[in-house]
Ligand binder design. Structure first.
Ligand code: FPP
Length: 245
């Protein structure tokens, strides 16, 4: 019989990787220097999730709102994504990581989009860890997109509008095929959600740390998981009901 998964280990973790710009500023370097340093922390987070047996890791790499940053920073980030795909995919694939880019990919240059699709296709059979990279992603976009897809399916006669309930709408959201989100982590000191995974956050535990993303190491992530392991997840029930199982 397969071992029962340890409920104290989150199956799905999402991270807002905040603080790259401030990390660079502290070193009197341009913001892009911080984004480059942030890549190392991405590697750390992936290794950590593989070691702990986390099923899904969802990273907020570029929000729908990030297009309004200075043009030089946006193009540096695009360049960084392109290079990261070229450099990292072999190793991620070797480690059994399934890569998925979630968000509205239409807005990206054809070359970058092709690389994203290539990485997704190449790693699609992997099962050790789902690594979801949210790019040009917004939680409201995800919900609106799901609503549009559901309406189209209903118009095709796949179900009636009366049958469009939470579960069915959920099936059209970006991460529907993955475990429910258990733990949301935001680094860099801000205590907000910033339009990330709004639908999926419904029952997630929230964890905030002042550590800037490039400084995040295994110990920092272990602290977040220790904190998670102490939480009592009640889903609307009383503490007594939870204790009784
Ligand atoms: C937020 O920090 C960070 C980003 C908008 C970019 C995140 C990108 C990376 C970590 C690069 C690597 C990612 C992948 C998946 C290859 P900020 O710039 O808002 O920092 P600040 O709040 O200190 O200004």
């Amino acid at each position: 019989m397969a071992a029962k998964p340890d409920a104290r280990v989150p199956r799905h973790i999402a991270i807002v990787m905040d603080g790259n710009g401030r990390w660079a500023k502290q070193r009197l370097r341009p913001r892009t220097f911080g984004h480059h340093a942030g890549q190392k922390a991405v590697r750390t987070a992936v290794e950590f999730c593989l070691q702990r047996g986390v099923a899904s890791l969802t990273l907020f790499a570029f929000s729908s709102e990030n297009w309004s940053r200075p043009a030089t920073e946006v193009s540096a980030l695009m360049e960084l994504f392109l290079k990261a795909i070229d450099r990292e995919v072999d190793e991620l694939h070797g480690n059994g990581v399934r890569i998925r880019f979630v968000g509205d990919l239409e807005a990206f240059a054809p070359e970058l989009r092709a690389r994203m699709l290539g990485a997704m296709e190449r790693t699609s059979g992997n099962i050790a860890l789902n690594m979801n990279v949210a790019v040009n992603y917004g939680g409201r976009w995800d919900i609106a997109n799901a609503a549009r897809l559901a309406a189209e399916a209903a118009a095709r006669g796949e179900f009636s509008l009366a049958e469009l309930d939470e579960q069915r709408l959920n099936s059209f959201t970006c991460l529907a095929d993955q475990p429910p989100l258990d733990l949301f982590i935001r680094t860099g000191g801000e205590r907000r959600v910033s339009n990330f995974l709004l639908w999926q956050l419904a029952y997630a535990e929230l964890y905030f740390t002042d550590t800037l993303w490039p400084d995040v190491d295994q110990a920092c992530l272990a602290e977040a998981l220790d904190d998670y392991a102490r939480r009592e997840r009640r889903y609307g029930r009383t503490g007594e009901q939870v204790a009784a199982g």
